[in-house]
Design a protein around this ligand. Structure first.
Ligand code: FES
Length: 470
């Protein structure tokens, strides 16, 4: 057995320190080239389309739930509960995911409205898992950094099959929640959740435990296990669907690489699967451009597919590939699935689009930052005295802010303007353009904002004016 067989996947273990030393933590990732205007179009969010998807999903849940309940006592209840459980404990994962990113709906309150119940359906504590998922996107499949690696090496086919029962995974989730409800923290919370938000983790856990307890009391009072099949139970018996889709994302692929094309898989799926999974089968595309809502991922796939490895043709072929990889890695944990990666230039790093305007001294001491003819949502990267900034038009006003996100090194010019907020393309954190304050996690530090003036139809930045304001 090689040394890799004993790698430490814990977030506070030796591999975590090693990843930092090797430059794998908070690193710059490969990103495919895409026309900025097309990317901006693709990041536009809607309310109607996701609302229709959610309404259909809820109608199916309530329909199968009512059917299952009405058939209790009969064997016919089994298939009805099977479908209900998969919808509640399985397909809620994709809703949780999209609304957690804040990309499903244009209106943030609608994302939150779905995110919290979907978190409960999966027994995922809402705040903890939000932070866990930020890390998953920062350090995807980096050992010791990513808490969402579900198949540590050495994997095995037996473990894959066992995982589908979700007995172990579900019990761990429930027991962790109970511990948090008792106010007991753990290494993952300490590492991932900022101190000021840890109280929320405990209170959310208490709400979950309260609902589970009430359901158990209901079941005991009625001497029936059916309440448990309706509430709480689907987290376990419906989770096979989470795994069915989720396993395809990264299993068997490379660890510790800063290129999603090597660690992540795109699988072509049929329309029913894509509805249940909300297009997350375009997983490389999602990881490269997490600001793109699920309904635009098929088009994003078409735009950049020549820069990606061939997608897997279907789910069956994907499972065959995973089983093969697990068999090989069971013998040699360093074995890697061969992947043909197109020789695309792409880019890395925060500044991806160059400067449209280099501010020129004009108007006395002011810098000319170009014409003030930007429509709402338009951005113009500018350089002033060698410093990169961003002109943003929103709600009829024009703002000047720093170009690099305060959370990581993401280029905000590849982000999206939502009302008077600027959303970062990397983790979907948001800034208020008027004040620079963070309005959505994971932003903790405000973005610098600068005063500008409009003179003769031009945007003017004046050092003196900004110095006197600072
Ligand atoms: S880099 Fe994380 S929100 Fe911007």
């Amino acid at each position: 057995m090689t040394a890799l067989a004993t790698r430490d996947y814990a977030l506070d273990g030796t591999e975590s320190r090693r990843a930092v030393d090797r430059g794998l933590a908070d690193a710059e990732w490969f990103q495919a080239d895409i026309d900025p205007a097309t990317l901006r179009e693709l990041t536009v969010r809607q309310n109607l389309r996701p609302a229709l998807d959610i309404i259909l999903w809820l109608a199916l849940i309530f329909g199968f739930g009512a059917l299952a309940w009405s058939l209790r006592g009969s064997w016919w209840a089994l298939p009805a509960f099977f479908a209900y459980g998969a919808l509640v404990g399985g397909s809620s994962d994709a809703r949780w995911h999209e609304c957690g990113h804040g990309t499903a709906f244009r209106s943030q309150w609608l994302n939150d409205l779905i995110y919290y119940p979907a978190s409960f359906m999966l027994a995922r504590e809402a705040t903890y898992w939000r932070w866990s998922h930020f890390r998953h996107h920062t350090d995807t499949i980096i050992v010791g950094r990513d808490a969402e690696i579900i198949f540590p090496r050495q994997p095995s086919v037996g473990r894959l099959v066992w995982m589908f029962t979700h007995i172990q995974g579900g019990s761990t989730l429930i027991w962790t929640t109970v511990k948090h409800a008792m106010g007991r923290s753990d290494a993952n919370v300490e590492v991932l959740v900022p101190e000021q938000e840890r109280g929320r983790v405990f209170w959310e856990a208490r709400v979950y435990v309260l609902i589970w307890t009430a359901t158990i009391v209901w079941a005991i009072a009625t001497a029936s296990f059916y309440p448990l099949l309706l509430i709480g139970g689907p987290t376990i018996y419906g989770a096979w669907l989470v795994l069915f889709f989720g396993v395809t994302q990264h299993a068997g692929l490379k660890e510790d690489v800063l290129d999603h094309r090597k660690s992540t898989r795109t699988v072509l799926m049929n329309p029913i699967f894509r509805f249940l999974y909300l297009n997350m089968n375009y997983h490389i595309e999602h990881h490269m451009f997490p600001a793109v809502p699920y309904y635009n991922l098929p088009r994003l796939h078409r735009e950049i597919r020549d820069q990606l490895p061939e997608p897997m043709p279907n789910t069956v072929a994907t499972y065959k590939e995973i089983v093969h990889a697990f068999r090989m890695q069971a013998q040699d944990p360093t074995w890697e699935l061969p992947r043909e990666i197109p020789d695309a230039p792409g880019h890395r790093g925060p500044i991806v689009q160059g400067f449209e305007w280099v501010g020129e001294k004009a108007f006395g001491d002011g810098f000319d930052l170009g014409p003030a003819d930007l429509a709402d949502g338009e951005m113009r990267p500018v350089e002033i005295d060698g410093v990169s900034r961003l002109v943003v038009a929103a709600e009829g006003e024009i703002f000047l802010v720093d170009r690099v996100c305060t959370h990581g090194d993401a280029d905000l010019s590849a982000g999206i303007v939502l009302g008077c907020e600027l959303e970062c393309p990397k983790h979907n954190g948001r800034f208020d353009l008027r004040t620079g304050e963070g309005t959505r996690r994971p932003i903790k530090e405000a973005l610098a904002t600068y005063e500008i003036r409009i003179r003769a139809g031009r945007i003017v930045f004046d050092h003196h004016q900004n110095e006197s304001n600072s």
